[in-house]
Design a protein around this ligand. Sequence first.
Ligand code: PNS
Length: 161
Amino acid sequence: MSEAVYPGSLDPITNGHLDLVNRANRIFDRIHVAVLENPSKDPLFTTERRVELIKSVTDEIESVSVGHFDGLLVEYVQQRGSDVILRGLRALSDFEYEFQMSMMNKRLAQNVETMYMMTDEDHSFVSSSLVKEVAEYGGDVSSLVPESVERALKSEFEDYN
Ligand code: PNS
C-alpha cells in the first residue's frame, strides 16, 4: 500500500489543499494529511480545530486520514512507515522554499521522497493567509474554502463582521 503524507500548517484547509488531496488520492492508495503543531507561527485555529475541520471535509473519503505532528516531518513520515511527502506547488514564488525544504528533508532522510503536484489553476492564488485576511475584513471566501471552514472563519471573526 502506498501512502503519501501531505503536511502543512493548514490554518485553515482551503479548496486548493482539498483539490490536491482529491487528485493525489487517485495516485496513492492512501493520503495522510499531517497538520503541523506550530504555536510559534501563532495560528488562528488550534491544532485540534484544524484537524477537526480537515476531517469534516474528508470524512467520506475512506483512504484519507488526518493527524498532527511536531518535530521533524521526515521522522513523522518514517514513523508512519511511509516514504513520500506530498506538496502542492502554486506560483513560481513557492519554488525556492519548496526546493530548500525538499533538499533538507532529503539530507535528513535519504529514503523519503518529496513529490510535487501543481495546484489547479482555479486555486493557484489561494493561500490560507490570504483567506484569513479576506475573512477578517468580512470578504466573501465561499468559493475559496469548504462550507465548514467558512463557518469557522465567520465565528472566529464575528466581532469584525
Ligand atoms: O503549509 P506550510 O506552513 O508551508 O508547511 C510547512 C511544513 C509543515 C511542511 C514545514 O514547516 C515542516 O515540515 N515543518 C516541520 C519541521 C521540519 O521537519 N523542518 C525541517 C524540514 S525543512
